[in-house]
Write a protein that binds this ligand. Structure first.
Ligand code: HSE
Length: 292
């Protein structure tokens, strides 16, 4: 039997829609695999009632099929589905790493990214790599034009998950078909600032580069309390706040020392609009880890 811990991830970071992603130190899924003649899946943990155990409908089943690696798979969900924290990507990436090792397939982590992305496509409808890339490779990742680049970045983060659900399909439905030249210039400038901030491990620069005039304002409207929580986090020391992935989690960047205050402010902000939430005090972390 092999065990993998696969981290939650946060995609987009505002200005890097469908391009940027980070692995989070927490939460994470734990996936255990054993060889079998056919794939069976058991799911427990956060939101497990919403995750199908039928291999035809589960992201892990698609990964097992792609690697020709039938197994009994137990998934303990630490990453709630429909949270904006890469729940299906964590399971897909974790299963890809585990089954690749279980059957000695010899693929590198980079080579496993498209395998896990195909698995994720089964549940989300499109094969984005902006969650599976950081889930496998760790750190801050940039997926652009088929190329994945990454950098380690010890940046403090708070991910605040409200008791709300936003489906990725709905959140993609509000993305506008185009942008103006002013919006394009602002987005490129912010994304470049953010990437340099990650490379320098500078939370101020990362926060400054998160602003996005195109996608985030539309998605923020789907998250009750967004403005209030954002303002509360900034007042408590965050340098930037945005929607994590498709939402409803809101992600704040801050100095590590400010995480406790930022987390409390975000939970209070949701509380002010009558929404319960939990905040993960976390940081940019490693990719999935394999335990034999
Ligand atoms: N980049 C994707 C989005 C991540 O924001 O829609 C969620 O699959």
């Amino acid at each position: 039997m092999l065990t993998v811990r696969a981290p939650a991830t946060s995609a987009n970071l505002g200005s890097g829609f469908d391009v940027f992603g980070v692995a989070l130190e927490a939460p994470a899924d734990v996936i255990r695999v054993e060889r079998a003649t056919e794939t069976t899946i058991e799911v427990t943990g956060a939101g497990s009632q919403y995750v199908p155990e039928d291999p035809e409908k589960n992201t892990v089943g698609a990964v097992a099929e792609a690697l020709d690696a039938p197994a009994h798979v137990r998934i303990d969900k630490g990453v709630r589905p429909s949270s904006g924290l890469g729940s299906s990507a964590a399971s897909a990436a974790g299963a890809a790493l585990a089954l690749n090792a279980l059957y000695d397939r010899g693929l590198s982590r980079e080579e496993l990214v498209p395998v896990a992305a195909e698995g994720e496509a089964l549940v989300s409808g499109t094969a984005h790599s902006d969650n599976v890339a950081p889930a496998l490779l760790g750190g801050f990742t940039v997926v652009a034009d088929g190329r994945i680049t990454r950098v380690d970045a010890g940046i403090g983060l708070v991910a605040c998950l409200p008791e709300l659900t936003v489906s990725t399909r709905d959140a993609r439905g509000v993305v506008p078909a185009g942008a103006t030249m002013d919006e394009l210039v602002a987005t490129v400038g912010n994304a470049a600032t953010l990437a340099i901030g990650m490379a320098r491990e500078d939370p101020e620069l990362v926060g400054a580069g998160m602003d996005d005039p195109v996608v985030t304002p539309r998605r923020a409207a789907l998250v009750e309390g967004y403005d209030r929580v954002r303002e509360a986090a900034l007042d408590a020391g965050a340098s930037g706040v945005t929607v994590s992935g498709a939402g409803p989690t809101l992600l704040a960047v801050c100095r590590r020392a400010d995480r406790r205050a930022v987390a409390a402010a975000m939970v209070d902000g949701f509380d002010d609009v009558g929404v319960e939430s939990r905040a993960y005090r976390t940081a940019v972390g490693d990719g999935a880890s394999l335990y034999r």
